[in-house]
Design a protein around this ligand. Structure first.
Ligand code: ADP
Ligand code: MG
Length: 319
């Protein structure tokens, strides 16, 4: 049964970033307002996720590491079930390929509890003096499954994948405070923000970006424009908002690309967080479950505004 466990585990947790994703999603499900992720040795030595959520009592802790045990209602959200992997599978899967330590205390409980499952075997189940909330650590991920360890990339790429995972989760949950450390060094920090635009600015705030603040003819553009040196080979570091609403729009991303055209190599994409504000008569925002489409009354004016605003900001920075 150990072999089966380990094969199944690979479907849920294939690298440190996937374990982090599962653990942080559990913290979010538990109503956490603060989540701290600490990695050691790229995550294979240790992953720790600490939250201030609702916690688990001893019975819930034991259930949490049982296969297929979930406290969550399936609802009718098939897509969510699919993307969250198997219901009730994450913790038992991780526990089958690492030493998993769960420490938890519901906020109103007098004391807490610690449960340790070491590569599939229960190693500890006892009271523990722990703060309210939950701390889960994963020690020696895949240490006993060399075939899986072999598939991991360099420590640097595994850490980069964790940063990306935490950044995405932080973008999706602006009101929750996030912190990520690797070997004691802080890689990401986001205080609880009132809304998504505030969270995006917080996460992108870097010395490698310049402020954009430009208005013309009833259209205004604010935010941050990454310097060419900060650009990446992937396009998804572009955060575009129209009247406070996140959008993915070809006109807008095309204008951004145009503004950076002669500053970037072909395979690079600018990093930007841009907030376009305009009178609602200028724009028709069509909110669709899969995408948010925008249609502008004067597309050429919007394009020109974006190009001028970005060029001006980058020129002022001497780019
Ligand atoms: P699922 O999230 O699909 O239910 P998991 O294996 O990820 O399955 O977690 C199992 C159960 O453990 C959850 O249903 C939840 O009850 C409990 N749990 C896990 N992490 C936490 C946490 N950080 N805080 C509170 N409860 C948790
Ligand atoms: Mg889960």
């Amino acid at each position: 049964s150990h072999l089966i466990d380990r094969i199944a585990a690979g479907e849920v947790v294939e690298r440190p970033a996937s374990a982090v994703k599962e653990l942080v999603e559990n913290s979010l499900d538990a109503g956490a307002r603060r989540i701290r992720v600490e990695l050691t040795g790229g995550g294979t030595t240790r992953i720790l996720v600490a939250d201030d959520g609702q916690g688990m009592d001893p019975a819930e802790l034991r259930l949490a590491v049982e296969r297929h045990a979930t406290s969550k209602l399936p609802g009718d959200d098939l897509l969510a079930i699919h993307s969250f992997g198997f219901r009730g599978e994450a913790l038992p899967s991780i526990a089958s390929v690492a030493r998993l330590t769960l420490e938890s205390r519901p906020p109103r409980a007098e004391s807490g509890w610690r449960l340790v499952v070491d590569n599939g075997s229960m190693a500890e189940d006892a009271p523990a003096a722990v703060p309210p909330g939950t701390r889960i650590s994963v020690d020696g991920l895949f240490a006993r499954v060399p075939a899986r360890l072999k598939f991991l990339k360099s420590e640097r790429s595994e850490v980069a994948a964790v940063i990306d995972t935490v950044r995405r989760l932080a973008m999706a949950h602006p009101m929750v405070a996030f912190e990520l450390l690797h070997d004691g060094r802080r890689l990401l920090h986001a205080a609880a923000a009132p809304d998504l635009p505030a969270r995006v600015l917080d996460l992108l705030a870097t010395r490698d970006a310049v402020a954009v603040d430009f208005a013309r003819d009833g259209l205004a553009l604010g935010g941050l424009a990454g310097l060419p040196a900060a650009s990446r080979g992937i396009a998804d570091h572009q955060y575009l908002f129209v009247n406070g609403r996140p959008v993915k729009d070809r006109l807008l991303s095309g204008a951004v690309r145009g503004a950076y055209a002669d500053l970037l190599a072909r395979d690079r994409h600018p990093v930007v967080a841009l907030f376009l504000t305009c009178d609602s008569s200028f724009v028709d925002v069509n909110v669709h479950p899969a995408k948010t489409e925008v249609r502008f009354a004067d597309a050429a004016a919007v394009r020109a505004l974006i190009v001028s605003a970005l060029r001006r900001a980058l020129d002022a920075a001497g780019v």
